[in-house]
Design a protein around this ligand. Structure first.
Ligand SMILES: C[S@@+](CC[C@H](N)C(=O)[O-])C[C@H]1O[C@@H](n2cnc3c(N)ncnc32)[C@H](O)[C@@H]1O
Length: 261
């Protein structure tokens, strides 16, 4: 079916005009991105390429007026969300709700049955999941300054960046507990960033939040190329739902897809 947007484009074309949306990436050229990156450095583990891609995606969402909030599952010290806040502010366009999901006590233990050798090697032991209780891996973020806290995200996003507090929502706890509850409360999503590394963490987010992403919205899988569990959860989800979407590569670890109509 011909959308109103396409109809307008065709009418304009008949009269020799072209309607286009200004989606010029802001990450190269005017220094806005570099300034944003400096502000969030130390509060994010993301390498430059992932930050560039994220910044441009957020700017693009405002440029085309995509509806919805920005959500990150796995925020650590809030640097990636801080970058999103700065990208939104840079457009002069609407500020959106930001949803931050994290245990704020560190990553949970991987499951040796689905998360693969690299995950187990990185946490340094074979977790015992026999009691079914989700436990934080101790000390894994110590070399980077420890696990993230709500206070650190608040200090960065609300105080240093000056994003309005009423627009920043903290969902504190394991995704397995917080995401299914939030699903009925947070409304449409323009950009969903999943950065929880493991199978169960990725699965619960896709199962509950994918449907909230608007068509044309972004779903970023920070660990798809790195951890078996994230890849398995994503592949199973897409296959199980019959979703055909190209997985774009940001770098060897990070991938994203654009939600099909
Ligand atoms: C790799 S870090 C996120 C990095 C962050 N996006 C950045 O900009 O640097 C992973 C984060 O996910 C959180 N996390 C992982 N699994 C989780 C789960 N199942 N529930 C809640 N938080 C989780 C950890 O606490 C940690 O802060």
């Amino acid at each position: 079916m011909l959308s109103v947007k396409n109809l307008m484009r065709r009418v304009a074309a008949r009269f020799g005009y072209e309607i286009s949306v200004n989606t010029t990436p802001r990450s190269d050229g005017d220094g806005t991105f570099e300034h944003a990156r400096e502000m969030v450095s130390g509060a994010t583990m993301l390498p430059r390429k992932r930050l560039v891609s994220l910044y441009d995606q957020v700017v693009y969402c405002n440029a085309i007026g995509l509806q919805g909030s920005m959500v990150e599952c796995g925020v650590w010290k809030g640097g990636a969300v801080g970058l999103m806040a700065l990208a939104l502010k840079s457009t002069g366009g609407p500020l959106r709700d930001l949803h931050l999901f994290d245990s704020f006590q560190g990553i949970c233990e991987p499951d040796p049955a689905v998360d693969g050798e690299l995950a187990i090697k990185e946490v340094g032991y074979r977790p015992d999941l026999s009691d079914g209780v989700i436990k934080a891996v101790k000390g894994i973020y110590d070399p980077l300054g420890g696990h993230g806290t709500v206070a650190e995200s608040k200090a960065l996003i609300e105080q240093r960046i000056g994003y309005p507090s009423a627009r920043v929502h903290y969902h504190v706890g394991w995704f397995q507990d917080t995401v299914p509850v939030a699903r009925d409360q947070i409304g449409p999503i323009a950009l969903l960033r999943l950065d929880g590394d493991w199978y169960a963490s990725t699965k619960v987010c896709l199962d509950n939040l994918y449907d909230l992403v608007v068509p044309g919205g972004f779903i970023i899988l920070d660990d798809y190329g790195t951890y078996e569990g994230c890849r398995k959860a994503t592949d199973e989800f897409l296959l199980g739902r019959g979703i055909q979407a190209y997985l774009h590569t940001v770098d060897r670890g990070c991938y994203y897809l654009i939600k099909p109509e």
